[in-house]
Design a protein around this ligand. Structure first.
Ligand code: SAH
Ligand code: TRP
Length: 377
């Protein structure tokens, strides 16, 4: 297993803001300007970040290097593009551009999830800090760790928190967030880990009382069998007394769910199609973005938003790195993501069956989104 440890001295100066400028990034920057994720290596020169005493160094563990990333992408793209129906795993959305696009999604008027979860955290963070008394806060799929600052603030105020461990497949996002957090929290050590949920959960470092947070309803992006497997792994990783905090979007009115994944500015469509750009860049493919239409619709039977790309025409796409020609029929759909919507009782049953005991259930005033806390029994 490739392991690369990078200290803050290896980072380019400044937080290199991934968030914020997403829309202009999308509109004006060429593909070549974006970084891939995971262990992709920066090529620009780096400079030491001044003013950080060495005892507060930022550590970044890279559990997956560029060569591993490309091998994984090749294997998963081949599997997904040759099966019927075709599908692509969602992790490949999140290169630097994809993460910037996701960040833009979180402030769209239609995408209520982030605002609701933040509202719950604002009210409940102190309570969560008091219940857990966490010394280590791990965040799965951390991204920019923006909402997480509310938890860090509360745990910092309670005086228990020592280390924040953001885990994500997107290295540029972790680097940017890590530098900013170090600046904002002078007492905090940040141990960021670049890895894949499917491969590296067991290598997440955690010491003492641990709170593991999984926000943004990212758990809803796992199909049910994979989700149950994940919960078992997290329970084993946390051990007795560990805490799990999970954000889940709730079943609601279909029109609002559909709107949340079909915004009027087309940011979600650009995010969905970003996976095609990743394949073009990293597997030397020749997908033409506008030949694929973004589709997202709530399926009330399965209680999930099904997110797909539909080929507008009959076409054959060449994926040179796989020596593969992929034929699409006109109207053929390829799944890129699911976003499961939850209800309290079935979720409680699922977590109990995985060895978690309920320690808190909180929703926003409208009942749109739930944040729940669980203790490994
Ligand atoms: N926690 C943030 C971001 C959610 S988006 C929020 O609540 O807004 C989902 C995040 O999970 C992204 O940052 C993405 O890079 C990460 N991610 C997706 N698939 C992953 C995988 N297989 N392994 C690790 N991280 C993954
Ligand atoms: N975790 C997010 C969600 O399920 C991911 C997401 C938001 C997403 N918008 C998207 C995934 C659009 C694919 C397409 O809401």
């Amino acid at each position: 297993m490739a392991l690369k440890v990078v200290t803050i001295d290896d980072l380019p100066i400044g937080p290199g803001d991934v968030s914020g400028a997403a829309v202009s990034l999308v509109d004006t920057r060429g593909l070549g300007d974006y970084e891939a994720c995971m262990g992709s290596l920066r090529t620009e020169s780096s400079a030491p970040v001044l003013g950080y005493p060495s005892r507060r160094r930022f550590t970044l563990d890279v559990l997956i290097e560029e060569a591993d990333r490309l091998a994984l992408l090749r294997a998963e793209a081949r599997r997904g593009l040759t099966r019927r129906p075709k599908e692509l795993p969602p992790k490949w959305f999140y290169d630097e551009r994809g993460s910037a696009l996701f960040d833009a999604i979180t402030s769209l008027p239609e995408y209520y999830l982030t605002r609701r979860e933040r509202a719950i955290l604002r009210v409940r963070a102190a309570e969560i800090a008091a219940i857990t008394g966490a010394r280590t806060l791990v965040e799965l799929g951390a991204g920019t760790s923006d909402k997480t600052r509310l938890l860090i603030d509360a745990l910092d105020a309670a005086g228990t928190l020592e280390t924040f461990v953001p885990f994500d497949v997107c290295r540029p996002a972790l680097e940017a967030a890590g530098a900013a957090l170090l600046d904002e929290y002078p007492r905090l050590a940040v141990h960021a880990v670049v890895g894949d949920f499917d491969l590296h959960l067991g290598e997440i470092p955690h010491e003492g009382r641990t709170l593991m947070a999984f926000l943004g309803s990212t758990i809803g992006n796992f199909p049910v069998e994979a989700r149950v497997r994940l919960l078992g792994e997290l329970r084993d990783l946390l051990g007795a007394g560990g805490f799990f905090l999970v954000g889940t979007d709730l079943v609601k009115d279909r029109a609002r769910l559909d709107a949340a994944y079909n915004d009027s500015r087309g940011i979600t469509a650009a995010f969905n199609r970003n996976v095609l750009r990743v394949l073009n860049r990293d597997l030397d493919a020749d997908f033409v973005e506008h030949r694929f239409e973004h589709l997202a619709a709530f399926d009330p039977e399965q209680e999930l938003v099904d997110i797909r790309l539909r080929s507008r025409v009959e076409q054959t796409v060449r994926v040179a790195a796989l020596d593969l020609d992929v034929r699409f029929a006109a109207g053929e759909e390829m799944r890129t993501e699911i976003s499961t919507k939850f209800q309290r009782e079935p979720l409680e049953r699922e977590l109990s069956a995985s060895g978690f005991a309920p320690a808190g259930w909180w929703t926003d005033r409208a009942g749109d989104f739930a944040l729940s806390l669980w203790r490994v029994g």
